[in-house]
Design a protein around this ligand. Structure first.
Ligand code: GDP
Length: 202
């Protein structure tokens, strides 16, 4: 899989520190503790490519991973962009607002953004911050893949109900796909990888 060849590219604390928009990017967004790092690690088949929000250090940064072009390994075919998790309780209001601005700006203005992977804890469902994000995303017309994480914690029937509930809640996003996902039980892995790879290299 293309995603398995991902490697660390660069970190940025602010948007203006990101490299100029180039090859297609797929970004990962979600609340802290939604399972975003676990999802990136299992999708790329690497143990510690992305760091958990519990890990001090690289977590407040935007981390970019490059996907090498199989025909020309020095060039990037695309990038995965890990945006810091939001809604972390210990962060004060000002830091939260600043972050919302960065996230909103990135989603609205990044021209190379090909698709968005939105992590939603399957038992928690869509939160106010997720709705705010959806509100920024809808007018951009970018496709969104909602991964309903930790799906292993619910029986099959309830997973399907959760998919319908998320689709209903986020109806304002045009191209919205929602799949139950589990990093630990490898649920939805192939479907998620197909979407992401197709956005990078249609
Ligand atoms: P992040 O803060 O969004 O990057 O979330 P993490 O990937 O660090 O995961 C947050 C917590 O959820 C950790 O304790 C993980 O072990 C747990 N977790 C992540 N993915 C899964 C999953 O697929 N199934 C279960 N049961 N737990 C998970």
């Amino acid at each position: 899989s293309l995603l398995h060849r991902a490697s660390f590219f660069t970190s940025a604390a602010r948007l203006d520190q990101l490299p100029e928009a180039g090859a297609p990017e797929v970004c990962f967004v979600g609340r802290s503790n939604s399972g975003k790092s676990s999802a990136i690690n299992v999708l790329t088949n690497q143990k510690r490519l992305a760091f958990s929000s519990k890990t001090p250090g690289r977590t407040r940064l935007i981390n970019m991973f490059s996907l090498p072009d199989p025909l020309e390994p020095e060039a990037a075919l695309g990038f995965l962009v890990d945006l810091p998790g939001y809604g972390y309780a210990a962060v004060d209001k000002k830091a939260r607002e600043e972050w919302a601005e960065v996230l909103g700006d990135y989603l609205r203005s990044r021209s190379s953004l090909a698709g968005v992977v939105l992590m939603i804890d399957i038992r928690r469902g869509v939160t106010d911050l997720d709705r705010r994000l959806a509100h920024w995303l809808a007018p951009t017309g970018r496709p969104v893949l909602a991964l309903l994480t930790k799906a292993d914690k619910l029986p099959y029937g309830q997973r399907i109900k959760a998919v319908f509930a998320v689709k209903k809640e986020l109806a304002e996003i045009g191209a919205l796909y929602a799949v139950p996902f589990s990093a630990t039980h490898r649920i939805g892995l192939e479907e998620a990888a197909l979407h992401i790879e197709n956005w990078i290299s249609p």
